[in-house]
Design a protein around this ligand. Structure first.
Ligand SMILES: [Fe+2]
Length: 545
């Protein structure tokens, strides 16, 4: 017997089983209400009103993990006093910004077991299409959001906003506000979506009215939930989520500084307890509060996305899945250990399979979203690495990745990196310091390229850019002083990375300056400077709030 959806929810909810129903058959039945009709036959509905003051969706709306036929919609309900313990949330998806041409609708329940967050995996959508969505609960409606599915089949061009390292007390999220207005298909968030510190550990929010909540370092599940909630009160971040889908992956600060699989630099067991408990709480809060499909506790966060025949996007977890502990930067013997793992064996095999499949299916490009810098940097005369937290600290892992690319003749690979609070454009050669193996004038010897996005608001790295350029023939560009974002424009002919910087994060500002642009052409895995930024596309209507 088929239960009606509402009865089905009603039976499961009291047992706490049903705050989240991705792809649940019962939910899908209801989503077909309108989508079975042809576009011309579809009746216009009377739209829900715009968001009313005091509505329970105080943390905004968001979308993420788009596929060609589905996307995750996210929101969170803030309960008024005397509200029910289990809340029903209705949702609608439409093809027009006024939400009259509804193609899918339904409802789901949420409760305290998932901190009143909600993920809906809306299916039966069309590829490469902009949609608009809205939620309703407790008789009140949310703001209206906009999202977009990935392309299906032939695809000529995609644009991505690439960001990392948003530190609330260190500055305003001006970068997010700018990207909300930008012409992009989606936002790639490479991690450090939030920081676990108390105030003054890494930025002072007292002078700018951005003290972190809770005021202490995050340790418990409840701590991490409160910090996520605070971040989503930021107007620029809320607007960015409202305008574009995210594909996000965590870095270390979603748990604790310089995390590895079984610990972190910023975890002291004597005062903060068991690391695994802290990590599970932190990652659970992330899964609850981010618009990701991997909301279930055991779902791997590393995942891939096919974007028509143009590209495959592979998102790696270099932090929490299988990373060995960092070593001292001068532990040359340890650093050379061939058993060292950055991804872990399971993820490394999975990565290998994804790249091989991508090449076999004929996707033009393979974009790899990950956290820490991949390209080798200069070692000291005694063999010390500059940053043992990056792939330089896991040379055997990097060598395996490069060897597999070579052996399987996998081409057109572009790495997208965050974490280091600075912008870089780099040719990735196995030994860029050996003139016989890499020619900086022609790019000969480079196997792939790496684009590094600067911080949204974390303090900039502040190294000497001229000195870096002098010492590293494969580094084509770096900026060490400014916050900003990377805009990635992908066509069949080339991948173009453009850096944009903001003049300040200490006050709210919509100012932005173009920094630099570099591209790699298909079949030519090295970077060339481009004088002017790319031109945008025709604008797509935005929903009124
Ligand atoms: Fe960071």
């Amino acid at each position: 017997m088929t239960l009606s959806r509402r009865r089905f929810l009603g039976r499961l909810a009291p047992a706490g089983l049903l705050p989240f129903l991705p792809g649940c058959d019962a939910q899908r039945d209801e989503t077909r209400v309108s989508s079975a009709l042809g576009a011309g036959d579809r009746p216009l509905v009377s739209p829900w009103p715009a968001a009313q003051p005091g509505n329970p969706f105080q943390h905004g709306v968001a979308s993420g993990d788009p596929l060609w036929d589905r996307v995750i919609l996210w929101t969170r309900v803030t309960l008024p006093d005397a509200a029910p313990a289990v809340v029903e949330v209705e949702w609608r998806v439409a093809t027009d910004a006024d939400l009259r041409e509804v193609v899918s609708e339904g409802s789901a329940l949420t409760d305290e077991t998932r901190d009143y967050t909600l993920h809906v995996d809306v299916g039966e959508l069309s590829g490469g299409t902009t949609y608009y969505y809205q939620f309703r609960a407790l008789g009140l409606t949310s703001v209206r959001g906009r999202t977009k599915t990935l392309p299906d089949g032939s695809s000529e061009r995609m644009r991505f906003g690439v960001v990392s390292c948003a530190n609330y007390p260190a500055g305003f999220f001006n970068v997010y506000g700018l990207l909300a207005q930008a012409d992009v298909d989606l936002i790639l968030h490479l991690g450090d979506y939030l920081y676990e510190y108390e105030n003054l550990r890494f930025g002072d929010g007292s002078a700018i009215g951005r003290l972190p909540e809770p005021p202490t370092e995050l340790v418990s599940l409840e701590d991490y939930r409160r910090r996520h909630a605070q971040y989503k009160t930021d107007a620029d971040l809320r607007e960015l989520h409202r305008q574009h889908p995210f594909i996000a992956i965590w870095d270390d600060h979603e748990v604790a500084n310089d995390s590895f699989q079984t610990g972190a630099q910023n975890h002291q067991a004597a005062s903060e307890g068991d690391f695994e408990t802290r990590k599970q709480g932190a990652l659970r809060a992330y899964r609850e509060w981010m618009p990701i499909r991997a909301a279930a506790p055991d779902a791997p966060i590393f995942r891939s996305f096919a974007c028509g025949d143009l590209l495959d996007l592979v998102m790696l977890d270099t932090r929490h899945a299988g990373r060995d502990p960092q070593l001292d930067r001068c532990d040359t013997e340890g650093l050379a250990d061939p058993r060292r793992q950055l991804l872990g064996a399971e993820q490394e095999d999975w990565f290998d399979e994804r790249l091989t499949e991508s090449q076999a299916r004929g996707a033009r490009w393979r974009l790899i979203g990950q956290q820490v810098m991949f390209a080798p940097l200069l070692r000291s005369a005694s063999g010390c690495v500059q940053n043992p937290d990056g792939w330089d600290g896991y040379a055997a892992s990097r060598a395996r990745v490069l060897a597999r690319l070579r052996e399987r003749e996998i081409d057109n690979v572009v790495l997208l990196t965050g974490d280091v609070h600075s912008a870089w454009a780099i040719d990735v050669a196995e030994d860029p310091f050996d003139p016989a193996r890499y020619d900086p004038a022609t790019g000969s010897g480079s196997a792939l390229v790496e684009f590094v996005t600067p911080a949204v608001s974390s303090p900039a790295a502040g190294q000497s850019a001229p000195r870096i350029m002098d010492l590293h023939p494969h580094v084509k560009f770096t900026d060490q002083t400014r916050q900003g974002y990377l805009l990635l424009d992908v066509t069949r002919e080339r991948v173009l990375g453009e850096w944009y910087f903001v003049p300040t994060v200490r006050e709210q500002s919509a100012e932005v300056v173009f920094g630099a642009a570099f591209q790699t052409r298909a079949g030519e895995p090295h970077l060339v400077s481009v004088a002017a930024p790319s031109s945008g596309r025709a604008s797509i209507p935005r929903p009124a709030s």
